[in-house]
Each structure stands twice: as C-alpha cells, then as structure tokens.
Design a protein. Structure first.
Length: 560
C-alpha cells in the first residue's frame, strides 16, 4: 500500500474522482482556492455559474437528468448560504446533490472574531436543509467523509448532503494511505433494497383479482421505467404520474394518462378503482393541491423510504423496497404458475381491449380537465408540443404557464425529462437547472421555460450559458409580473399591489450577456423560434410578450 502526501483540497478532489465525479458547478473564492487548484489537474471539469444558488440548481438539474450525483463547490459564509435554497429544493424533490464548502478553522474562537465570511453556525444552517452536514477535522478523514456523503445521498431515498472542510485543513498537508484495492477509499457498492416476500405476497393477493387497478407513479420510480411498463401492462392498469414522475411511462403509451394527480378526473378514477398502487410518491399536498385522494381500503404503497410509506395516506399493504426490485418481484409472482391472470391477447394487458377502451375514456376526461385548467397557456404549450423533439428535456420554473399549462398538457416520454421545483417551490430554478441538464446530456436537446418574475431570480446565469456555448432556448413568458399572486389578491378582494411590473427587454438583456435574443408577441411564432434556437451556437432568449388583463394594472394603479 502506497502512502501519498496531499493537501486537504487535493484529498477532496481525489475522493470525488474515485466516486466517478467528472464535473462540478461553482464559483471560486478566497477560501476554496485549494480545491480549485486540483480540479483541472485531476481531470474534473468546472462549470462556472454566476451565483451560488445557480450552482446548486445546476447540480440539481445535472443529477435529475443523468442519475449521477450533482456536485457544487462554493466558498464560505454568504456563498454557502446562497446555495442553501438550492440544497433545500434538492431535499424536497429527493435529488442527490453534494455541496462542498470550506468552514471556519479548527481552532476558530467559539464566539467568533470577525474572520472574513464568518457565520455564526454555518454547519447548523446547512444541516437544517439537507440530509446532513459533515465537517471533517483532518485531511486523513476526507476520503471517508466523501464516501459517507455518497452513502447518505444514495443509500435509500436520494437526498442532498453538505461537506464542510475547515480552512486550515484544506491547506494542511498529510499522509494518506492508499487502500489495498487501489485508491484511498473504494466507493461503496450500495445494494438495492429488497422487499419482504410475505409483503409481496400480500400485495399480489390484492392485485390478482383487481378489475379496475390504478397506478400512481412518482419521482421515486424514475429508475424503474422498464419494470413499471411490464408491471402495468400485465395488470392492465391506468397510470397517472406526479410532476416528478412525468415520463417514467411514455405519455403516449395506451395505459398512460400523463401527469396531474390533482385533477378531478383522476380523483374519480381513483374513487372507482378497486386497487391503487402508489410507487415512489409522497402523495404530498404539493402534488394533490385540493386534498387527499380517496384511497382508504385499497392502497398498495411501494417506497424505498419507510417513513414516506406511512405519511399522507395509510396503506393497506406497505412494501418497503427499491421500486425496480419490488416491481420485478410483483411481476414474477403475478406471472407465476400459482397465480392465474387473464393476459388479454388483443392488447397484451389484463382485461384486453375493453380495459384499454375504459382507460382511453378516462384519459379523455383527464385531458379535458387539464386543458380547462391550463386554458390560458394552451397556445404556448401546443406550440411547444408541435416542435419539440421526443427526447427533449424541459426545465421549467415555478411559473403559471408551467404548472397550469405544461405539467399536465406537454407530453414527455423518458424519465427525468421534465424538471420542476415541486415541493419547495423555488423561483429561479428553471434556467440554471437547464444548464446543468445540458452539461450532463450534451447530445440531448434542452429547453428552459420560465416566467418573467422567476427568471429575474437567476437571470445572470444567461452569461454562464453563453460562455458554455449551449444551444439552449430560454423561453421567457412575460405576463407583466407575479400573475399567480396577483390573482390570489383579486380572489381575496385585497388591494392589488407589488405584483405588476414590466418593461424589461429580455431579448436585449440576453444579447447583453452573449446570447441571441428574439421578442415575439404571438404564441404562434414560438415553434419556429424554438426550432431555430435548438440549432444555434449559443443560448437564445425568446421573450414572449403576453397582453396582461388591463384590469390588473389599472387596479394596482388605483390602489397604489
């Protein structure tokens, strides 16, 4: 076994490389330069964002679309706190992001002394929004801490982790002993969680005689697309997804109803079902909007997280395990000689063509609900639907056109191809997440879909995208302010104020940062603009000006 001398910064980068990391997002600062010193030397690509929150969102988008850990490197104090919102979003949506930062020195005074970037308790702040904040106390500990962080992020339900290395430890030189297998810490091979055989049998007992099965799919099933397809085709089950589950079953599959478990037609479908299988979903208020679904007495729930299994809805059968492993187990038993199922020769599903016809009618009702809910945005969504390639990745911000329009009306066909800040509901997510997605998937088309309010939270990342030369359409839908909050004020009969603004020329702003820019005033122009942008040598800001309801601005002026 070899003994190698290295600094703390070198130990961090070496440990990341051993865990397969080849890309990090971040911003260099006075306190993290010892990490930056070794990135290029050890073959790690650095993507320079313009704000630490952007680095966190980019790492999140990278992770959601590649299935790998996204890594962000920032400096101390204000930088890591800037990134904390992004880390909280990754926690909310179960995304494995590793945020690395320096911390105060080992012997820093307990009450502080005014050192640059000093925060009262940086580690506690980050521990409050992620799965953990790990602080090392020696160079020798770094390989173990990185391995622990990966175990926490990937062992079971994915979660983000913060790793803090004190300033003096980053610069300190120590001897690291190479492991017998090579490297300094051999990455763990984490087994997939296997369900209990008795619980699988109990679930099969519920499923085998089901005549009207429904499957609800969340983001926890993204790694089980093939297994899900075989399972639902065997059952002949209607499939509805959450926002994070979009595309796990292609939305043009005969059994797919698409996303939107909050819609009235889905509630009616669930109410009529004799068994409902929920896979990798929290069944959370952020997904359901109008209250819990009628699931009592018929819920089979599958989740790798045992706490999630008993939260928001009480299952009749609770199956703890990795979604893919559980679905393989259920399918194997359902196909076995001891279980008789009607395969439906015409359609290859239980119940055959008659069941597919019932599901088709449910799909029509669900889509009618979706189009009614998103009516204001259908011109935009339909224009995108007409031009986007099948393998598109759409990175959406928390904008009305996205959650009323695109979530339920814009079809996706692969897991992790629709990015949205679901649980934490941040603004400013869509643009940097699109950058992370494109960096991680350079051969796939990516589109950012944003509102004029939310884009301003991270608009500086246009410069980062331009520097990278990304062929990224950035669609900014401008309804002159915070439309959702404006509507809520009107619904409450409150004075309307602080929500209406305008006058920003986003196309010109994009050009000022090195992007192409184009302004359009009709959604009918959007398709051609997006097609052209996908073929460009850099990002294109497509500023879609919508005509605001004149009563909005007038009301605000009257109440100002």
């Amino acid at each position: 076994m070899a003994i190698v001398q290295m600094t703390g910064g070198q130990a961090i980068v070496s440990a990341l490389v051993e865990h397969g990391v080849d890309t990090v997002f971040g911003i260099p600062g006075t306190h993290n330069l010892e990490i930056y010193r070794h990135l290029a030397k050890l073959g790690v690509r650095h993507v320079n964002t313009r704000h630490e929150q952007g680095a966190g969102y980019a790492a999140d988008g990278y992770a959601r679309t590649t299935g790998r850990v996204g890594v962000a490197v920032v400096t101390t104090g204000p930088a890591v706190l800037n990134a904390s919102t992004a880390l909280a979003q990754s926690w909310s949506d179960s995304v494995p992001v590793l945020l690395i930062s320096p911390g105060m020195p080992l012997r820093h005074p307990a009450l502080g002394n005014g050192l640059l970037h000093e925060a009262r308790d940086q580690q506690a702040a980050l521990a409050a929004v992620g799965a953990a904040s790990l602080r090392v106390t020696s160079v020798e500990e770094i390989p173990t801490a990185v391995a622990q962080a990966f175990a926490l992020m990937l062992g079971g339900r994915p979660r983000p982790v913060h790793l803090e290395v004190p300033l003096d430890v980053l610069a300190e030189v120590a001897e690291i002993t190479e492991a017998a297998q090579g490297g300094f810490m051999v990455p763990l091979v984490l087994p997939r969680s296997v369900p209990d055989a008795c619980v699988v049998a109990a679930a099969v007992e519920r499923l085998v005689d089901a005549e009207r099965p429904v499957v609800l799919v969340g983001g926890g099933a993204k790694g089980a697309a093939d297994e899900l397809r075989e399972f639902v085709e065997l059952l002949g089950a209607a499939v509805v997804t959450t926002t994070n589950g979009k595309g796990v079953l292609p939305e043009d599959h005969p059994l797919a109803l698409g996303a939107g478990i909050h819609l009235p037609a889905v509630r009616a479908l669930v109410e009529d079902a004799d068994v409902v299988v929920a896979i990798g979903t929290e069944l959370a208020p952020a997904d359901l909007w109008y209250g819990p679904l009628p699931l009592a007495g018929k819920l089979v729930r599958i989740d790798v997280d045992p706490v999630a299994l008993i939260t928001n809805a009480r299952p009749d059968v609770a199956v703890v395990g990795d979604a893919a492993v559980v679905l393989v187990s259920l399918t194997r038993v359902l196909k076995g000689p001891d279980v008789a199922t009607d395969a439906g020769a015409a359609a290859g599903t239980k119940g055959g063509s008659e069941r597919e016809a019932v599901i088709a009618r449910s799909r029509e009702r669900k889509q009618a609900d979706a189009r009614a809910e998103g009516a204001e945005w259908l011109g935009i969504v339909d224009a995108l639907e007409s031009c986007l390639p099948r393998d598109i990745i759409v990175s959406a911000d928390n904008a009305m056109a996205c959650y009323y329009g695109a979530v339920t009306n814009l079809a996706t066909y692969t897991p992790g191809s629709f990015l949205f800040p679901t649980g934490f509901g941040t603004l400013g997510y869509g643009l940097p997440a699109a950058i992370g997605a494109k960096v991680g998937n350079p051969d796939r088309p990516v589109l950012a879909m944003l509102g004029d309010g939310g884009v301003m939270f991270t608009v500086q990342e246009l410069a980062a995208a331009a520097d990278l030369g990304l062929a990224l359409p950035v669609v900014v839908i401008d309804n002159s302010g915070y439309g959702e909050i404006r509507n809520e004020m009107l619904d409450r009969d409150d004075p309307v104020h602080a929500v209406t603004f305008g006058g920003t020329d986003f196309a010109a702003l994009g050009r000022s940062m090195g992007c192409h820019g184009r302004t359009i005033t009709d959604a009918a122009e959007l398709a051609s603009a997006v097609v052209a942008a996908l073929a460009e040598d850099r990002p294109t800001v497509i500023h879609l000006l919508m005509s605001p309801d004149p009563t909005h601005s007038a009301t605000e002026r009257d109440d100002a």
